[in-house]
Ligand binder design. Structure first.
Ligand code: GEK
Length: 254
């Protein structure tokens, strides 16, 4: 398996910064990139497993939508010891799915996970906007929803609601924006400072920003809460916030 590399994708001047894409180049540096770019990433991933342990219902599935290299699935597997736990990991990047399988195989080779537990994990290269979601009690959307076209967000939440058992939950972690412009500016600037403090140069920061422009569309807490309600969820709460990144928990009524 290839070694984890440092993210230097935007370190050199690029003539024309292309739109961001989850290709092989990104996959190589992904764990480094996400930890240095997303404040609170490790906390949100770690707690995702703890939340899953509380809300998972035996006989139902856990979905990780936009699973990338499987960080959330591993958090779940380390929190829920039951053999027979079924986790479906979906991502529409073939490079991510291929590498995610290698990560799982590596966990088995290093005896972090048993083969039989790993057999409950099913990875599929698929678009989460059309893939079926059935018999679920926990659906994880960690830093994926923000990349979906706005008009596909409510239909996806409605389909998830339909596919969840009563009492089931969604964990949704995202970059957020604030309607109040002073708050938006302050937390946005602090996020740039967070990236500088993690070793990103001004060039890397500005080129990444250009690449993500229009590709990542952050929304306010208000918009998220309203949409959860429209999709049928009985309640939603922000359980974590670090600067302009946050995680919400929405629950389907029993
Ligand atoms: C983690 N959850 O480590 N269908 C399927 N996958 C998609 C779609 C789509 N329509 N759109 C984007 N993706 C992970 C991190 S990364 C977040 C998630 C980031 C996938 C995309 O291929 C990528 O792997 C993932 O969503 C987003 O917690 O890079 O900031």
């Amino acid at each position: 398996m290839k070694k984890e590399q440092k993210d230097a994708i935007f370190a050199n001047p690029l003539d024309k910064v292309a739109t961001f894409s989850f290709d092989e180049k990104v996959v190589q540096v992904f764990p480094d990139m996400i930890k240095r770019s997303v404040p609170g990433y490790s906390n949100m991933i770690g707690m995702t497993g703890v939340i899953a342990r509380r809300y998972w219902q035996p006989g139902t599935r856990i979905y990780d939508l936009g699973c990338s290299l499987g960080a959330s699935m591993l958090s779940v597997l380390h929190q829920i010891p039951e053999v027979g736990l079924e986790i479906i990991g979906l991502d529409n990047s073939p490079a991510m799915i291929e590498r995610c399988q290698q990560v799982l195989d590596q966990q088995v080779a290093e005896k972090q996970l048993t083969e039989v537990r790993c057999q409950g994990v099913h990875l599929e290269c698929a678009d989460i906007c059309t893939a079926p979601i059935e018999n679920a009690s926990v659906v994880i959307l960690n830093f994926t929803f923000q990349f979906l076209p706005l008009e596909q967000r409510l239909p996806l939440l409605k389909r998830i609601h339909d596919g969840l058992a009563p009492g089931g939950v969604i964990v949704l972690s995202e970059k957020v924006r604030f309607d109040h412009s002073e708050q938006q500016d302050a937390l946005f600037d602090l996020h740039l400072d967070f990236k500088r403090a993690n070793g990103y140069s001004e060039l890397e920061i500005s080129q990444k920003r250009a690449a993500l422009e229009n590709f990542l569309q952050a929304e306010s807490f208000e918009t998220h809460h309203q949409r959860f309600k429209q999709a049928g969820f009985s309640q939603s709460s922000v359980w974590f916030q670090y600067l302009n990144f946050a995680s919400l928990l929405a629950i389907k009524a029993r």
